[in-house]
Design a protein around this ligand. Structure first.
Ligand code: NAD
Ligand code: MN
Length: 505
């Protein structure tokens, strides 16, 4: 976009006192006028109010999405044209990058570096799907002579998308981008604590040319609005990211109408450091693996298993660097770790650490609430390493969702694999070894949707993201995601010169 064009667009500032629902291409108040206060977790202060969707608003959003899907032009728009709109969304997000980053930080207390990385990725997600949708299509299949068969990919319909608070904009992008690329309509319900950037994204989609009703964003209560979407008969699919118990509840309820369901749930991802690892690289990658996003990541590598020969060296270095992690002003470039999302989550973390102590584990560093200067009313927890743990302990089996890692030793490859797989979850995993054959062998035996070898990052746009076991099913962020927003239609025809008369009547 040229400068002059940009100047002619009248936009509201992203950072506002009050955010409305986004339904059918319009910003609207909630039906009953209810509002929710939104806090900055770094300061504990109210930063804005948001309209709180009622069931009536949810109904309105579903009707808008249904109408757009059944009678609108979006699904009939050629993929290349839809791609152009997705690229436009990315372009507008890019031109407002700084504002988006600021808003995300204000609403989550996450560090500047984390927010920048996540929003850059959200932009690339739209670009990725803009490319991928153009190559997404059906197949021609082998059938007996004089028959012809081909398949079409058709958008699945109206999608309810329910997302958590840990990556508000990135999760919204993971959901909206593939759905609209495929031609679906969506009703997105952001997490109650963090709806701001998702609402703005809805507005940006509209500005970029997504027709009204195709993207609707309705912040509101999970048990009320989320549930309403899940049970509604006009909704064809539910895509959920959040905790495993809610995921199970959703899957059960969606069965009444046989909605398509994809679930991205919790994790307790193992991190294996072998005796032949580059120890310094393993230390640095493992720090990121657990403390990125203040440990509030589904893919947090929260179980650290270290070969006994290198345990002491690794732990000494890991703790020394853990104690160097800068915590405080999220907008400060030097800050490594931001705030915890709210008091409830902080209490959960405190509770887990106390459990560990009660069960006989040892706090090697951290284990306490922090009050960084100038941010005393926010929610902060020290990066924490817990040693002397056994597999049965709660802190080893359950997802804490905070900057807390448990560490223990293993003797050999077989034991490492057994420990890694001793979990009801199976989202991510890391392997640190300079022996390529070993790393590959171990990767093949780990029960997880994502394996990282000598690498701290779990995903880039284009790489499938999702879990095994109770971490859910379905994959996001990749080409196959488009299949999960599509139905496959098989079209069979006969071109023989003689009529077919199977009954011979
Ligand atoms: P949550 O399950 O409490 O809430 C997630 C979303 O579901 C929110 O929008 C919430 O309002 C809504 N919700 C709550 N109850 C509902 C109901 N009965 N019906 C429908 N919707 C309902 O999760 P959270 O506390 O926001 O986020 C933390 C969890 O999310 C962690 O377990 C984490 O592992 C998981 N997570 C998973 C991934 C992944 O990709 N696998 C990514 C991020 C977070
Ligand atoms: Mn929750």
């Amino acid at each position: 976009m040229t400068k002059t064009q940009e100047q002619t667009i009248e936009r509201e500032p992203m950072n506002r006192d009050f955010y409305k629902l986004f339904i059918n291409g319009e910003q609207v108040e909630s039906d009953n006028g209810e509002r929710t206060k939104i806090y900055n977790p770094a300061t504990g202060k109210v930063i804005a109010e948001v309209a709180k969707a009622s069931k009536k608003d949810a109904e309105k959003a579903i009707q808008a999405a249904r109408n757009a899907f059944d009678h609108g032009k979006w699904k009939l728009t050629p993929p290349g044209r839809r791609a152009r709109v997705l690229n436009k969304i990315a372009e507008i997000m890019g031109s407002r990058f700084k504002e988006l980053v600021e808003l995300e930080i204000l609403n989550t207390g996450k560090s500047l570096a984390a927010a920048k990385g996540q929003i850059a990725q959200a932009i690339e997600d739209f670009e990725f799907y803009a490319g991928a949708i153009v190559g997404h299509g059906g197949t021609v299949n082998n059938v007996p002579g004089q028959f012809h068969n081909y398949t079409e990919k058709e958008p699945v319909g109206v999608c309810a998308q329910i997302i958590p608070w840990n990556y508000p904009l990135m999760m919204a992008a993971w959901k909206i981008a593939p759905a609209i690329a495929a031609g679906c309509s969506v009703v997105l319900k952001p997490a109650s604590l963090t709806p701001l950037t998702a609402i703005v994204l809805g507005e940006i989609c509209h500005e970029a040319g997504v027709p009204e009703g195709v993207v609707n964003v309705i912040p509101g209560s999970g048990s009320e609005i989320g549930n309403y979407l899940v049970e509604h008969e006009l909704v064809n699919k539910v895509a959920f990211t959040g905790s495993t118990p809610i995921g199970k509840d959703i899957m059960g309820k969606a069965s009444a109408t046989l909605k398509r369901v994809t679930l991205e749930l919790g994790g307790k991802s193992p991190n294996l450091v072998f005796e032949d690892a580059d120890i310094d690289a393993a230390v640095d990658g493992s720090l990121y693996g657990i403390y990125n996003n203040t440990g509030q990541s589904c893919d947090a590598r929260s179980r650290l298993y270290i070969h006994e020969d290198v345990y002491d060296e690794f732990i000494e270095k890991f703790i020394a660097k853990t104690e160097k992690i800068q915590i405080g002003d999220p907008f400060d470039k030097g800050t490594h770790m931001g705030a915890i999302i709210d008091q409830t989550q902080l209490d959960t973390i405190k509770g887990y650490v106390q459990f560990a102590i009660d069960e006989g584990a040892e706090i090697l560093t951290g284990g306490k609430v922090l009050k960084p200067e100038g941010f005393e009313d926010g929610f902060w927890y020290a990066p924490t390493v817990i040693g002397n743990v056994t597999q049965e302990m709660k802190v080893v089996q359950e997802e804490i969702f905070g900057p807390v890692v448990v560490v223990s030793k293993f003797k050999n490859e077989k034991e490492a694999i057994a420990l890694a797989n001793d979990s009801e979850y199976g989202l991510a995993s890391s392997i640190w070894s300079t022996n390529g054959a070993r790393a590959t062998r171990v990767a093949n035996q780990i029960q997880a949707g994502i394996v990282m070898i000598n690498c701290p990052f779990s995903a880039f746009p284009g790489t499938p993201f999702g879990g095994y076991k109770q971490s859910g099913f379905g994959r996001e962020l990749s080409k196959e995601t488009l299949d999960l927003y599509s139905e496959t239609k098989s079209i069979m025809s006969y071109f023989g010169s003689r009529p077919i008369n199977p009954f011979g009547i």
